[in-house]
Design a protein around this ligand. Structure first.
Ligand code: NAD
Length: 296
């Protein structure tokens, strides 16, 4: 069995790494924060001193970091993967980053004979814990075939969508759909609540119909409890929509609705809510309408 390196043990990376350990893989881990590293070591992983140190001890290196700058830092920066990695290794970046950055990093790794796959995920912390994430992968078929069994430990569905960068293009599409769904839910539920109908009843009545969705089922129970603990932080969703808008500008595709939800998220950030879960988008509508969508 190949040795696996795991860099970035945050909300998502920590449970994903734990699932690899449970499946019997040996893991070398690194994060700039000490606490999650200690937790993984207690679960059986080996601690590395840097990303470079991870790469020098493993053949498959997984990164799960916030955004493009952090992935560039961990892979190409001082003490980064590229300075320790062995030819023939595979880097699987599971972070959600700008697709152009994936291509750029992949190009640099290719000079060292290292293949990169971009493999962002959807499903959030609960599915990371369950090992049922949706994984969307870009990169060469052969490397995909090699790492697929590993990705299947973390994912309920693992799909190759094309060449490098296409995993993150798919993730941008995913994030547009999720953001618009949450905003639609907020707009609709504030209207229903203001009209005097119990929002819990509205949710129960519509969840089995055409308006029902994975988003509604994941976020509405939290909204009804007023629970905006992340989960997926609004600031990370702003990052994804920024990447989506930049990519759309480059391609020349229209993004009217994405731009509007971006403005809502920016308003929430200005209101001190950047670290809330993205289910907290409802608070934008609640504040303006002076009503809260809560369980009685
Ligand atoms: P997080 O901020 O909780 O975790 C990121 C981790 O990376 C932190 O532990 C941080 O210390 C570490 N880190 C940052 N820079 C580093 C560096 N240079 N070297 C080593 N470690 C470093 O973020 P998260 O919620 O786990 O999200 C990770 C990625 O997954 C993001 O791209 C996010 O958009 C995506 N994602 C998140 C969710 C979610 O629900 N949280 C869902 C799907 C996808």
């Amino acid at each position: 069995m190949k040795n696996i390196g795991f860099i970035g043990l945050g909300i998502m990376g920590k449970p994903m790494a734990k699932n690899l350990l449970k499946a019997g893989y040996s893991l070398v881990v690194y994060d700039i924060f000490e606490n999650p590293v200690k937790e993984l070591v207690a679960a059986g992983a080996k601690k590395a001193a840097s990303s470079r140190d991870v790469a020098s001890q493993t053949e498959i290196i997984i990164t799960m970091l916030p955004n493009s700058p952090e992935v560039k830092e961990a892979v190409l920066g001082e003490g980064g993967v590229i300075f320790g990695v062995r030819p023939g290794s595979i880097l699987v970046d599971m972070s959600s980053i700008n697709p152009l950055s994936s291509k750029e990093i992949s190009g640099k790794l290719a000079e060292k004979n290292v293949i990169m796959l971009d493999a962002p995920v959807s499903g959030g912390e609960p599915k990371a814990i369950e090992g049922t994430l949706a994984v969307m992968v870009g990169g060469p078929q052969e490397a995909f075939n090699e790492v697929k069994p590993i990705l299947e430990v973390m994912g309920g569905s693992v799909t190759r969508v094309g060449e490098i960068g296409s995993g993150n293009i798919t993730k941008l599409a995913n994030q547009i759909i999720v953001a618009l769904n949450i905003a639609a839910m907020g707009e609709a539920m504030v209207l229903a609540t203001k009209a005097g109908v119990e929002p819990e009843n509205v949710y129960k009545a519509i969840r089995g119909g055409l308006a029902g969705s994975a988003v509604l089922d994941a976020k509405m129970p939290l909204v009804l409890d007023g629970n905006f603990k992340p989960g997926f932080r609004i600031e990370l969703h702003i990052k994804d929509l920024m990447n989506a808008l930049d990519t759309a500008k480059e391609l020349g595709t229209p993004t009217f609705l994405t731009s509007q939800v971006m403005e809502i998220m920016q308003a929430l950030k200005a209101d001190g809510k950047a670290k809330d879960d993205h289910g907290g988008i409802v608070q934008f509508y609640e504040k303006l309408a002076k009503i809260e969508v809560r369980k009685k």
